[in-house]
Design a protein around this ligand. Sequence first.
Ligand SMILES: NC(=O)c1ccc[n+]([C@@H]2O[C@H](COP(=O)([O-])OP(=O)(O)OC[C@H]3O[C@@H](n4cnc5c(N)ncnc54)[C@H](O)[C@@H]3O)[C@@H](O)[C@H]2O)c1
Ligand SMILES: [Zn+2]
Length: 327
Amino acid sequence: MRVLLTGASGFIGGAVAEALDAAGHDVRPFDLRTGQDVRDAGDVARALRGVDAVCHQAAKVGLGVDVSDLPDYTSHNVQGTAVLLAEMARAGVAALVLASSMVVYGEGAYRCAEHGAVAPGPRAGEALRAGRFEPPCPRCGAALLPGTVTEDARLDPRNAYADSKTAQEHLAASWARMTEGSVAALRYHNVYGPRMPRDTPYAGVAALFRSRLERGEPPLVFEDGAQRRDFVHVRDVARANLLALENPPDAGTLRAYNVASGTPRTIGEMAGAMADAYGGPEPVVTGRFRLGDVRHIVAAPGRARDELGFAARVPFGEGVAAFAVGG
Ligand SMILES: NC(=O)c1ccc[n+]([C@@H]2O[C@H](COP(=O)([O-])OP(=O)(O)OC[C@H]3O[C@@H](n4cnc5c(N)ncnc54)[C@H](O)[C@@H]3O)[C@@H](O)[C@H]2O)c1
Ligand SMILES: [Zn+2]
């Protein structure tokens, strides 16, 4: 099929282009870096001619350094997606794969021994300053057991970037209802691998660790390093996009999928594995924190496996060892 790929010049978009191409699809790349803007209806309308499906990776990414980033996240991610959807409706293109994110969940899933499944709110600055990093039960304050988050969890975005990714899903769901289009929203967990952006305030933690190692400096680990995440290799993410394009959800619906490895790691483990692969120095656990970060967010990968036939293939040790030395 002919696929319009937005964000094609980016980290994940580049890997998606390779995967679609290798599977025999005809990729039409689209990116701000090559002069095309998803917020420009004319650019989008021209690019949509003769297209069967859209794979929408373009976005301003990261956590946001301060409040002055709010307009930019809203403009590229929310307005950009709205323009794209309106033009898709006009052009009669009915299939969308949307790059969403685990950030739509906020904190992951937790259980209290007394109260069962609970959704802790944002952690208080005071607790973090005192080194109390685990979020307590919102009803009784007891310690919680972290679990895995399924696609049916309530969305609870915690920063401007997360707000914009949540808005993308909501707009795409409305578009699907109104046009009988179909949307697969792929909620990527922590993506790493070749061409990962580096040394910007928005870069993912693996890229920041590598930049430190390349300068001969120890990776700096926030909090106590026990934060759980799911690191998934960019080649696996690219294959999830291919599978989602080839197995679209029912017309009129948005279907969300966690895209994850299914084997959670801690941030401390990631830093240690990268330092080992690079040959040191060993990571330093700083106890520092960022308001707006969540403690644990671990995906339940079952739906993507059952409905798309997706299972991550790149083993953590192998992927991290290659990434640490530049691949
Ligand atoms: N990297 C991760 O860990 C991660 C995790 C979850 C979700 N995502 C999502 O995956 C997608 C790709 O992210 P990435 O990590 O490859 O980021 P990236 O910054 O490497 O790529 C994004 C690309 O989008 C392009 N772009 C931005 N605004 C645009 C606009 N208005 N018009 C056209 N192009 C525009 C940029 O030029 C860039 O090439 C994003 O939607 C992001 O939210 C990434
Ligand atoms: Zn409780």
